[in-house]
Ligand binder design. Structure first.
Ligand code: NAP
Length: 445
């Protein structure tokens, strides 16, 4: 547990928060929020930043999204802790935008508000049986094994069957598969939540199916993460040789994308281990070219999952210019399982008063500056409202991606505040100093 030197909670009234002359509020304390705070504080010494989060603790995704066996990824918490210790930065936990305080109220209290509360919900697949017991969003499992307060009471069924199906072939799916398959003696050395470790120690899961609607060239994994799961001790890897046959369009995709090529090479190598599998080993099955058709219920009608029906697909869009899409063939295949995890996409949630593009699942923006609706141009940007992270660009990228995203949002925020005359650039001769405050601050706006 990281102790913040300057952690503060709601005990201070919001009236007090609003008294500083130039204040920027950041909603969401995950990487996008902390990187934005860091950039703003560095860019102008007149800026003061308050970071709010609905959880009592900061760092969001780093704490609850990164797999417990990836401690090196969590090191960034040290950097964020230094930001929090800046005397011009405060963290306020247990504050939910929309219920503790409204966006309108926040906007009245601060010169600018940056929303970076991420994507804390999930897209549904929209197929029959999606509400059966035994089906979870992969995000919920990730939160569960990371001890997130919203999912610590989850009781994933790891007992009634030896098989789990994971739908989707992105890095979240790989993280979850790895945690399900990794020896618990290894997990015990990580900071995995105790309740999850205990459940995994008693788990009957021996076989995990990782299902993708497209092929090995289109899988959304990164090479490092794929290599890691392929290297799990005593894990038997299953890949159909026929799935590895590439088309000219696949070749073009690989030529244009080094990661895809590397992923494909790793899978091809793993499909030829040259050794025969041992008995009682755990198994990881890569299932390509299959999309979920429906979830199957147990015959006893108990409302519990019995399996997943998949439809075989082929790819269309073969000129190499457009994204190849999966098209159903009408050929079906069932996999029996006791638990199925949907790892197809995170989804941001809209709040009252915030323009939202439901199709893309983002707040319409230009460079982080919020637009009143999707169709407007930069001149219609809202000077006081900004976005960063997954709420700005959708659920893509790793923690480092937020660094560039935050740089853009912070620059946009300050540039527009300068433009509106709300603040003066720090190098402006004779800039206004307020009430004996040694820092250059804003003009009377
Ligand atoms: P993702 O990378 O976007 O992968 C989503 C997967 O779901 C894709 O395989 C996609 O297939 C599939 N999918 C989408 N809609 C579907 C549908 N209706 N039916 C069946 N399959 C569907 O998402 P993610 O795994 O949640 O990861 C989110 C971001 O976090 C990514 O940028 C990821 O790299 C990052 N992340 C990184 C790490 C790490 O670095 N260790 C760990 C976790 C997450 P199509 O391609 O066919 O759409």
């Amino acid at each position: 547990m990281v102790i913040l030197g300057k952690l503060k909670f709601l005990s201070r009234s919001f009236a007090a928060l609003s008294s500083a002359p130039l204040r920027i509020c950041i909603v969401g304390s995950a990487p996008a929020g902390f990187y934005t705070a860091e950039k703003l504080l560095k860019a102008h010494e007149g800026v003061e930043v308050d970071i709010l989060d609905r959880l009592p603790t900061p760092f969001g995704l780093v704490r609850s999204g990164v797999a417990p066996d990836h401690p090196e990824t969590k090191v960034v918490i040290n950097q964020f802790s230094r930001v929090a210790q800046n005397e011009r930065c405060s963290f306020y936990g247990n504050i939910s935008l929309g219920s503790s305080i409204s966006l309108v109220e926040l906007r009245e209290m601060y010169n600018a508000v940056v929303l970076s509360y991420g994507a804390e919900s999930d897209r549904s697949i929209g197929i029959h049986g999606e509400d059966l017991a035994g089906i979870h969003a992969a995000r919920e499992i990730v939160w569960w094994y990371n001890g997130h307060q919203d999912c610590r009471n989850l009781t994933p069924d790891l007992k009634s069957s030896d098989t789990a199906v994971i739908l989707g072939q992105g890095n979240v799916a790989l993280d979850v598969a790895r945690v399900l398959l990794r020896p618990t003696t290894e997990l015990a050395r990580t900071d995995i939540a105790c309740h999850a470790l205990a459940a995994l120690e008693g788990s009957s899961i021996r076989r995990v199916f990782l299902v993708g609607r497209r092929g090995p060239v289109q899988a959304a994994w990164t090479a490092k993460e794929l290599r890691e799961i392929l290297g799990i001790k005593d894990l038997d890897i299953h890949i159909q040789q026929a799935d590895l046959v590439t088309t000219p369009a696949d070749e073009i995709e690989m030529k244009n994308n080094r990661i895809r090529k590397r992923v494909y090479e790793l899978l091809s190598k793993a499909a030829n281990p040259g050794t025969s599998p041992l008995c009682n080993q755990r198994e990881l099955h890569f299932v390509f070219f299959h999309r979920p058709e429906k979830f199957l219920e147990l015959d006893d009608k108990s409302g519990h999952l019995a399996g997943v029906r998949l439809e075989k697909t082929i790819l269309k869009g073969d000129d190499g210019q457009m994204k190849q899409v999966a098209v159903g063939t009408g050929v079906y295949e069932d996999i029996s399982c006791g638990i199925a995890l949907k790892s197809i996409d995170h989804k941001s949630l809209a709040i009252d008063g915030l323009p939202f593009d439901n199709h893309k699942g983002i707040v319409p923006n230009i460079g982080g500056c919020v637009l009143a609706n999707v169709s407007q141009d930069e001149s219609k940007c809202d000077t006081g409202l900004y976005v960063c992270g997954w709420l700005k660009r959708g659920p893509t990228g790793n923690i480092g991606t937020n660094l560039y995203c935050a740089e853009e949002t912070a620059s946009m925020t300050l540039a527009r505040l300068f433009k509106e005359g709300v603040i003066i650039p720090p190098d402006t001769p004779g800039c206004v100093r307020v009430m004996g405050n040694p820092r250059p601050l804003m003009t009377s706006a």
